[in-house]
Ligand binder design. Structure first.
Ligand code: DAH
Length: 345
């Protein structure tokens, strides 16, 4: 009797060993047969009462080990069939499907505007001069005819370097004029784009850092008419061929005479809008004839040479061009803002 039930268990063991279910459904059938609630091992546990007492323990161990075998085999089969399903899915990949597009970066609106300004002046023979942002007092102020006690220094709230009070973050790109004129002789025809700093409260309209482009032309017989014509050319290239300019007398320590330049409002065609405050004109830059004192400060003979200069804020131009109402947006690097300029590349 004992031998018979041992034999039954051995048969089940062999069946488990030989089983080779491939797909998910036959793995499930395997589970039901050997591990399900009505599995074929269950009645064999009951057979223990037909086993002679001396072999009861042996029988129990055998049935348990066969059950364990079924368990282990099932786990392995399940894992294998899951892996196969996953790789089948991969095989099903459509290689002709369009790729996931890489998101391209976009150029910063300030760079776009700056490059446009540079391109316009390069066409009429201006070279680009780039200079340091940490400047000394002399190049930023003194050489530019703004000595220490000059009230014009109050116009620009300066960041000085804490341990080097002679050094500062340049307050305007006009300092590049002094750099270029002290190291080269006329003819000089440069524009100087770059970052400048002023100790101003940050608001929608002003920031403690922004960008300017400076222009300088020094040669024999440079006249105010040259200045006016160059700026008209610039305004029409920048804002459209119908653009007009007007000059209003102003004051800057480094130019004499000085003027402020307005362009006819390109947003409303000078009909009146919020950008031009219903005047039809928007101010875009300061300019003038280089003060003879600036020329001699920089070792250029004011008897022989004259020059014109101008300076403009780039954020201001970009705000008008792109109708941006808050200057802070340019410095926050918010992708939602920046990606809108992709088409302007
Ligand atoms: N440096 C002036 C500023 O920051 C701008 C300026 C005005 C530059 C007149 C010039 C100029 O070269 O001639 O406000």
């Amino acid at each position: 009797m004992s031998a018979e039930v041992f034999e039954k268990v051995k048969q089940v063991e062999e069946e488990i060993n030989l089983a080779n279910p491939g797909d998910e459904a036959s793995v499930e059938a395997f589970r039901i047969r050997f591990l399900g609630s009505k599995n074929i091992l269950k009645p064999l546990f009951g057979e223990i009462r037909n086993v002679e007492p001396a072999r009861k323990k042996e029988f129990g161990q055998l049935v348990n080990s066969v059950k364990q075998l079924a368990e282990t085999k099932y786990q392995n089969l399940k894992e294998a069939s899951q892996n196969e399903a996953a790789s089948k899915k991969q095989e099903g990949m459509d290689l002709s499907a369009p790729g996931i597009p890489l998101r391209l970066g976009s150029r910063h609106p300030i760079s776009i505007t700056m490059d446009r300004i540079i391109g316009i002046f390069e066409k009429i023979g201006f070279g680009v001069a780039q200079e340091r942002e940490i400047e000394d007092d002399w190049h930023n102020f003194t050489a530019m005819n703004t000595p220490e006690d000059h009230p014009a220094r109050d116009m620009q709230d300066t960041f000085y370097l804490r341990d080097f009070s002679n050094y500062l973050l340049r307050t305007h790109t006009s300092s590049v004029q002094a750099r270029v004129m002290t190291t080269s002789q006329p003819p000089i025809r440069i524009i100087a784009p770059g970052r400048v700093y002023r100790n101003e409260t940050i608001s929608a309209r002003s920031h403690c850092q922004f960008h300017q482009v400076e222009g300088l032309y020094v040669d024999e017989k440079v006249s105010f008419a040259d200045l006016k014509q160059s700026l008209l050319y610039f305004a029409q290239e920048m804002y459209g061929p119908e653009t007009e300019i007007r000059m209003r007398p102003s004051f800057f320590p480094f130019t004499e005479p000085s003027a402020e330049v307005d362009v006819s409002c390109f947003i409303c065609d000078a009909k009146g809008c919020s950008v031009c405050k219903y005047t039809g004109w928007v101010e875009i830059m300061g300019c003038g004839m280089v003060d003879p004192a600036v020329l001699s400060n920089c070792n250029i003979d004011p008897e022989k040479y004259t020059g014109f200069a101008f300076g403009m804020g780039i954020e201001r131009q970009a705000m008008m061009l792109y109708k941006v109402e808050d200057i802070r947006l340019f410095f926050e690097n918010d992708i939602r803002f920046l990606k809108q300029f992709r088409s302007a590349l």
